[in-house]
Design a protein around this ligand. Structure first.
Ligand code: S3P
Length: 186
């Protein structure tokens, strides 16, 4: 079928390591709609890494930059937007997501998330710790704490535990709400 560019964003939410950035990139390739990564934007605007922002200015200052980055998206419809794992923490942010698009949540078990976070840490990413807990405990605790907010935010929930990124992308694109978003025609 044909796809027409949507008038709203497609947001990807979920905990660190659930695959938001990879899935956003693939969705952008598949749909021709551009991908935006709010964490990357924050880093570009601040001229330092997220770890540095946390260390020098504190988490709450990072959260302010995150809210500002989401607010900027109002003028940039349409896009596939990969959000940071904590973007759902503020009611103000959740309200903007509701207003600006369809929210797709990627879910995986704490064990899988912790494994992927550790793998990323060994290669590219530089994620600051969010608690003083050991890594797996931190994931378990925060996933549990944030669960109601992820659930409240999500229009669509996708199992990202197993399966290739391509498979996950196909599942997302098959969702009725997402098909409607892209004006999918038979
Ligand atoms: C955070 C997740 C990170 C980043 C920041 C805080 C969180 O994004 O925004 O380190 O609170 O879960 P990713 O989910 O892309 O790693």
């Amino acid at each position: 079928g044909r796809m027409t560019p949507p008038e709203r964003h497609l947001f990807l939410v979920g905990f660190r390591g659930c695959g938001k950035s990879t899935v956003a990139r693939l969705l952008a390739e598949r749909t021709g709609v551009r991908a935006i990564d709010t964490d990357r934007r924050i880093v570009e605007n601040a001229g330092m890494s997220i770890r540095e922002i946390f260390e020098r200015q504190g988490e709450s200052s990072f959260r302010d930059l995150e809210t500002a980055a989401i607010a900027e998206l109002t003028d940039e419809l349409p896009a596939i937007v990969a959000l940071g794992g904590g973007a759902i923490l503020r009611e103000e942010n959740r309200e903007m997501l509701r207003r600006l698009g369809v929210v797709v949540r990627l879910v995986a078990s704490p064990e899988t998330l912790a494994e992927r976070i550790a793998r990323d840490a060994a290669s590219t990413s530089d994620r600051p710790p969010l608690t003083s807990l050991p890594p797996v405990e931190e994931v378990r605790r925060l996933v549990a704490e944030r669960e109601p907010l992820y659930r409240e935010s999500a229009d669509v929930t996708i199992d990202a535990e197993a399966g290739t990124p391509d498979r996950i992308v196909a599942t997302i694109l098959a969702e009725p709400l997402v098909r409607r978003l892209f004006g999918h025609r038979p």
